[in-house]
Design a protein around this ligand. Structure first.
Ligand SMILES: NC(=O)c1ccc[n+]([C@@H]2O[C@H](COP(=O)([O-])OP(=O)(O)OC[C@H]3O[C@@H](n4cnc5c(N)ncnc54)[C@H](O)[C@@H]3O)[C@@H](O)[C@H]2O)c1
Length: 318
């Protein structure tokens, strides 16, 4: 009980400090992508783009002239987002394709269709995410947060990496979180079969995003494809829907939170900024390099996680 109270107390203090930091940074005029880069003739794929940060990222990149493909669990909701973007950006090239990251069959079917229909892919934004849900499993039996946030995107990237390499220069943006600081990779129980804490599982999945980014960057050296991870800030979105405490905190402190449009700025920056054309394996927040926790810089952990991810997904990726 005492331990639970302590963990909850530490959680609240951490949350308040990052809300505060985010607020200060916002008003220090940081965190706005000032790049005027155009993306005419470029193709962008964004996961989870029907709401929140993903939708705003899609809108921004469509306004820069890119063909933007929204990969969404619900095609209907994706079409609503696409229609909204088309009303805001005249001539926007926005398309919707079905992708459920909690189902490897759906990911494989998506990639197969995508590779048939699309000749180039210049920007992949691994944005979709689920946070602090009750214990649930993906279709393949993976704990939901690790399954969607890390393993689903790991498989998707693996299936599209050939196309990205052929389309180089190309960029991958992985939407992680400041929450990676509070995570560690529980190799003894990666899928939370023994015990489950929704907050820790989220932090683990976001740390996995950072480690994946670093290891992928190492492997992609010299390929013309770069990969960077992002903390979008504390953003008013539907992400907290599963957690009563987080929903309450986000409502109470909503004036300190970024809008989804503000939250999209660092993803956009990593996708377009000219000065980042050869920067890879780094972590960004507020359109600037950001601190990575020591456990997110550990090469051995990154390589071990890579090997286990391949094993769980039944793939080889050298
Ligand atoms: N909101 C924040 O404060 C915050 C902070 C740090 C990091 N992030 C990260 O930003 C990203 C976007 O989150 P958001 O705040 O826009 O939340 P959101 O809930 O509005 O967006 C998440 C998107 O992911 C999609 N998604 C969830 N499960 C999926 C699945 N199985 N298959 C396909 N798509 C799926 C949802 O449908 C939704 O479109 C997430 O990766 C999240 O972890 C958000």
């Amino acid at each position: 009980m005492l331990l639970l109270l302590l963990v909850a107390g530490v959680g609240v203090v951490c949350l308040l400090s990052f809300l505060f930091a985010s607020h200060i940074r916002r008003y220090a005029a940081g965190g706005v992508c000032r790049s005027k880069a155009r993306l005419d003739g470029k193709t962008v794929l964004i996961t989870g783009a029907n709401t929140g940060i993903g939708k705003e990222t899609a809108w921004d990149l469509a306004a820069r002239g890119a063909r933007v493909i929204l990969a969404c669990r619900s095609v209907e909701k994706g079409e609503e987002a696409a229609a909204e973007i088309r009303t805001k950006v005249s001539g926007a090239q926005v398309e919707v394709q079905e992708l459920d990251l909690a189902d490897t069959c759906s990911i494989r079917a998506f990639a197969q269709r995508f590779l048939k229909e699309v000749n180039h892919l210049h920007v992949l934004i691994n944005n979709a995410g689920v946070m602090m849900c009750p214990y649930m499993k993906t279709t393949d039996g993976f704990e939901m947060q690790l399954g969607v946030n890390h393993l689903g995107h790991f498989l998707l990237t693996n299936l599209l990496i050939g196309l990205l390499t052929r389309s180089a220069p190309a960029r991958i943006v992985v939407v992680s979180s400041l929450a990676h600081n509070f995570g560690w990779i529980r190799f003894h129980d990666l899928l939370s079969l023994g015990s489950y804490n929704s907050g820790l599982a989220y932090c683990q999945s976001k740390l996995a995003n950072v480690l994946f980014t670093r290891e992928l960057a190492r492997r992609l050296e010299g390929s013309g494809v770069t990969v960077n991870s992002v903390h979008p800030g504390s953003v008013r979105s539907e992400l907290v829907r599963h957690s009563t405490i987080m929903s309450l905190l986000f409502s109470l402190f909503s004036i300190f939170l970024k809008t989804p449009r503000e939250g999209a700025q660092t993803s956009v920056y990593c996708a377009v900024a000219d000065e980042l054309h050869s920067i890879s394996g780094k972590h960004f927040s507020d359109c600037a390099p950001a601190f990575v926790a020591p456990q997110g810089r550990n090469e051995k952990t990154a390589q071990r996680l890579w090997a286990i991810s391949c094993e769980l997904l039944g793939i080889e990726w050298d």
